[in-house]
Design a protein around this ligand. Structure first.
Ligand code: FAD
Ligand code: SIN
Length: 489
């Protein structure tokens, strides 16, 4: 196959880029499951932007820099925040219906923000955005969509990207493109305890690493403070906006504790709240309490969370909600400039897989959907289609059946890696344990994986997870001092 733009991934970054690029040329969009399967579809809280008359660009920039512990890139942050308002109106123009009152957008708050600046749709903002973008992409004549199509590896030579090798209907194929766009999302599934759905297996990051792309800040894995403390996989998130609307955090004695730990109390930056909860959990359970609100309000404002908790016997208007931190977001990723360019010619990255430098050492809540949108809006103005035939001979591994011994081994090794990473690369890290236990165990896993010569989605995902796990552990070892989401014992 040949195209102008090959987009890998159908979350907010991939879909939005595809819509923009389709104005310039032909787009092939591939995604490993259904179009809707993405982290984006799970996003609850909303998108941050300067929308309130009392808010300022300066304040949003300051909050982003402070949450990121001054590790972010001020130029990239200024660029993102300056374009935040137009990004929200871009979504509204496409058909996203954010909550409004008397014609005005309703805005909520989350951790680290000093203003009401989160536009939202109930507690299912991501699903609303995803549905609208999918609809627009399906309607577009210049976009060809391939679902259940897995990108195995990038096709590169001499630091130039020509497309990707894909697994489509149990066959290996190559897609050659003028520009290849990685929009493959996050890496939560590298860990056993995560809010991320099963698709978040770090594929794009691993492919980029194998192709020689520069990666950055991988040690900054963000833990969301308030996942529901029920052993679900993925963990069910209780949005930070529940705290934004007045919920308190209580310790095992049913006493508030964040009011003694940070001026923003329950709405302190995420890395700080997650660490405080982690310490409280050593003494006993930690809860969210929003029982002062009326059931009618809670059902309307948080319909999905209300219904999910009810299924587990919890009524938000009277019961405490047990919570625990879980891996949520990768602040680092493939190093990109503000145009999404990587160090490999004709390879771009947008969304969670990219590291544009806006998140620093800890992402400010609801800046992720914003980042994905703003950066995938900008570059398109400059892209030029140049379709020229390219042929490269690629290795062609055998395809393993889903019931093969190799696949069963890959599944087992995936689980082992996830458990290892949660144990040794969690909220508090011990460098000696990483060196003496985690890395040697991971090496053992990688040696077994190297013996698997056939491939399929399960095997490729496990190899990707193990690869990125190694990069996270090594990045964690390099950073000698605690910063943001990286905390050393
Ligand atoms: P994704 O939306 O994850 O899309 C990645 C796509 O790539 C998927 O379609 C996937 O199937 C595909 N893919 C991956 N690998 C391959 C492969 N090898 N071959 C083919 N396709 C592949 N952020 C906010 O700003 N506000 C929020 O309120 C918010 N809430 C969140 C709640 C939850 C529970 C979670 C998990 C995250 C939340 N986030 C939130 C973070 C935010 O949702 C993500 O960072 C963002 O959606 C990432 O978008 P993306 O387009 O980069 O990736
Ligand atoms: C949430 O709703 O708490 C998630 C927000 C985010 O990840 O930015």
């Amino acid at each position: 196959m040949q195209t102008n733009f090959l987009v890998i991934g159908s979350g907010i970054a991939g879909l939005n880029f595809a819509l923009n690029a389709a104005k310039k040329g032909e787009v092939i969009l591939i995604t490993k499951k259904r179009l809707l399967d993405s982290n984006t579809n799970f996003a609850q809280g909303g998108i941050a932007a300067v929308l309130d008359t009392h808010d300022t660009t300066k304040s949003h920039i300051k909050d982003t820099i402070e949450a990121g512990e001054n590790h972010g890139d001020p130029k990239a942050i200024k660029f993102m925040v300056t374009h935040s308002r137009e990004a929200i109106y871009h979504l509204i123009d496409l058909g996203v219906q954010f909550e409004k009152e008397k014609g005005q957008l309703m805005l909520t708050r989350e951790g680290g923000h000093h203003a009401h600046r989160i536009a939202y749709v109930g507690d299912y903002t991501g699903a609303e955005i995803e549905h609208v973008l999918v609809q627009r992409v399906l309607e577009h004549p210049n976009i060809k969509i391939y679902e259940n199509t897995f990108a195995l590896d990038l096709i590169t030579k001499n630091h130039e990207c020509f497309g990707a090798q894909i697994l489509h209907k149990k066959r290996l194929e190559s897609v050659f493109a003028d520009q290849t766009i990685l929009a493959t999302g996050g890496l939560g599934q590298v860990f056993s305890n995560t809010t991320n759905p099963k698709i978040a297996t770090a594929d794009g990051l691993a492919m980029a690493i194998r192709a020689g792309a520069k990666v950055e800040d991988l040690e900054f894995i963000q833990f969301h403070p308030s996942a529901f403390a029920k052993n679900l996989s993925p963990r069910f998130l209780i949005s930070e906006t529940v705290r934004g609307e007045g919920a308190h955090l209580l310790n095992h004695k049913k006493e508030r504790f964040m009011n003694k730990r940070h001026p923003l109390k329950e709405l302190a930056p995420r890395s700080i709240v997650a660490k405080e909860i982690f310490n409280e959990l050593k003494k006993g359970p930690v809860y969210l309490d929003i029982s002062h609100k009326k059931p009618a309000y809670l059902k309307k404002r948080f319909p999905k969370i209300y219904a999910k908790l009810l299924k587990h016997g919890i009524r938000m208007e009277k019961d405490l909600i047990p919570i625990t931190p879980a891996v949520h977001y990768s602040c680092g990723g493939i190093k990109c400039d503000i145009k999404g360019r990587t160090n490999i010619k004709n390879l771009y990255a947008f969304g969670e897989v990219a590291c544009t430098g806006v998140h620093g050492a800890n992402r400010l809540a609801s800046n992720s959907l914003l980042e994905a949108l703003v950066f995938s809006n900008q570059i398109v103005k400059e892209l030029k289609p140049a379709k020229s035939a390219k042929v490269l001979i690629l290795p062609r591994p055998k395809i393993a059946s889903p019931t093969s011994k190799e696949t069963a081994l890959a599944k087992k090794l995936k689980r082992q890696t996830q458990i290892l990473m949660w144990k040794h690369s969690g909220i508090i890290r011990n460098p000696q344990e990483i060196k003496e236990k985690a890395l040697p165990q991971l090496k053992g896993i990688q040696e077994q994986l190297a013996q698997i010569h056939s491939t399929n989605r399960e095997i490729a995902e496990t190899k990707n997870i193990a690869q990125v796990a190694e990069n996270i552990l090594k990045s964690a070892l390099k950073r000698k001092k605690s910063l943001g989401c990286h905390n050393i014992l």
